[in-house]
Each structure stands twice: as C-alpha cells, then as structure tokens.
Write a protein that binds this ligand. Sequence first.
Ligand SMILES: *Cc1c(COP(=O)(O)O)cnc(C)c1O
Length: 381
Amino acid sequence: MRPIQMVDTKTQYQKIKAEVDKAVMDVMESSAFINGKAVQDFAVGLSAYIGAKHTIPCANGTDALQIAMMALGLQPGDEVITPSFTYVATTEVIALLRLTPVFVEVDAKTFCIDPVALKNAITPRTKAIVPVHLYGQAAPMEEIMTIAKKHNLYVIEDNAQAIGCDYCFADGTKKKTGVIGDIGTTSFYPSKNLGAFGDGGAIFTNNDELAAKMKMIANHGQSKQYYHDVVGCNSRLDSIQAAILNIKLAHLDEYIVARRTAADYYDNAFANQPKIKTPYRAAYSHHVFHQYTLILDGVENAAEYRNLLKEFLASHSIPAMIYYPVPGHKQKMFEQFNVASQVMPVTDWLTERVISLPIHTELDEEQLQFITSKVLEYIKK
Ligand SMILES: *Cc1c(COP(=O)(O)O)cnc(C)c1O
C-alpha cells in the first residue's frame, strides 16, 4: 500500500508532470516572471470557470481577504461579523485593519455561520459579514444575503476551501461560491483544492468599481505608474504559479469528483455507526470536500476520546487533523476584544469532537479500506 498522507500533491503532480514542467519552462524562457501572460490567462480562465466579471490574482488567500476589506472603506472600530469556528486568517485581517471582529456561532450540521446568530450580532456599527464555506461546503448564502441586504452590509465570501462549489438557490438557479457576495476570496495554498506549488490567492467580484479599487490596492495603490492614490500593499501571483494553476484549473472538476468519491466511500463505511456523524450534505450546496470531517458523538470525555483516535490512527501511519482546535473567540490574539468570555456552545462542542481524515485526489480503495477499518476498530473497542 502507498503511504497515506493528508494530501498527496506529489502523486497528483506525477500525473500532469509533462504539462506542468513545460508550462514552467515556458515562463522561465519568457522571463516574464511578474504579471506575465500566464497570470492574465489564469485570471481570464478562472473568471470564466467561477462566473466572475473580475478576478484579481494576488499573493495568497490572507492578502485576498485583506485587500477585499481595504477596498470597502471601513473605519477603525467598524464591526465585521465572522464565524468563530474557522481558520485564523479570516479573522486576523479584520483585527490587522483595526476593525472589530465579531465572532458568532456556527450551525452544528453545516459547520458554517448560523444565520440566527448572525442576525443577533448585528449592531449599528456592523459593516460587513465574512461567511466561510468551511471544509468545502457553502454557508447558507441565500439567507445571509437577505440579512445583508436588509441591514445594508457588505458580504465577503471566504472561499479558500470551496473553490468549484455550486450553490443552488431556492428558485433553482445556480452560482459558484465566491461570486454570490459583493466580493469572494480564495487561496491557492498547495493543499487547497486548486493548489499551486507555492503561495497564491485571488479575489472575485462583479462590481466594476470595487474591482478597480482592489486592483489598485494590490499594486501599491497605484492608478498609473508611480502615481499612488490610496495606501495599498504589494500582493502578486507570480507567473510560474499562474502557469501551474492554468493547467490545474482544467483538472479542477475531475479533482472534485475524486474527492467526492473518497467522501462517498467514507460515508458508506461509517453509515449507522452511533458514535460517528458523517459530514452533513446541505440540499442547497454541492460539497467539494476540501476536508472530510467527522463528529465523534455520544461518548464521554469527547475531546480525549477524539484525541486518542488521532493517536491510534497515527500509530498505524494514518494521519488525521483537528481543524480547528482553538476557535477564534478563544485565541489569545483576540484577547483585546474581550471575546474569551463569549458563550459559544456549538463552536465549543464541535471543537472537542471534530476530526478530519485524509482526503485528496489520489486516495485509492486499498488506502480507504485501511483507514476506515482502523477508525471502526477504534470506535468498536
Ligand atoms: C487557507 C485559508 C485561508 C488563507 O489562505 P492563505 O493562502 O494560506 O493565506 C483563509 N481562509 C481559510 C478558510 C483558509 O482555509
């Protein structure tokens, strides 16, 4: 059996090596390392794929969020609502820009922001909402957009984990996540569903004005060369990464199918196990399974039971991860916002019970069989 990894970028690369190597060589031959043709081609290709009027490539997914927030003209002290149960990048940039992060609960089934908690957190200072499509499934965007419209709030979708995910509206229309809110952001970190061979990110919008502003911010606030209108930053996707991403974008749908096939295998193996909740699949969302995350339920000392499963799997050379062991409202980083005292039973409950199993495009049946047999062996002990 091939060794089991959380993500297997190496085997994935072997399958497209000839194409990728040629594309990288072409960039090297052209010497157009910054903003070369590959970057422009990728922006065009990604816009078409996701259905965005504008795609602005940038250096990483964290910058993408930061640039998006800078473009909205928010003022220090303005409140931005975000789920507590997410990766820190989502929230960090809010604090970095001297805005106030407001943490809210997630839904125990979808792992995404709970619309009721969101509604209750709105104050006269609230300016924006940052829903996260966690683990590859969309947050309930239709409800979120209705709330946002009513209260005149911006919506920035953190789509780092869900690129390619289809959202189905009540009237049957479909859109990809990342183009539903005012702005969408994503990451091409190597382990993401569309991963580069280094860092990368992108911003999506259908709003011409915001697009122009974000392009400017990502490029030192420059309107024309050496004329800088606003304070910006330096955030670029380099041509070599864009060339690789161009090739991988053509495979993204097939990568999603491979992830979903692995998820189906897990779902079947774990069906009707009282201690295991397999990932809930919302009717409104496709699931692109950036992570395959179980909830271990109905056991005493849940966190310890879960942590011992992780150790048991590790002893059989099966990696597993806890995404995320510390929710935002309990991070020391946000102490100044006095959030540690916030009561978030759902987030805390999940934090103690989630465990993510290996999921990627290269898992074979032998590996899946081995992983599931070991999980079942542990929970039946
Ligand atoms: C990966 C990730 C980011 C940040 O992306 P980077 O490219 O690593 O900066 C932001 N939000 C979420 C939810 C992520 O998973």
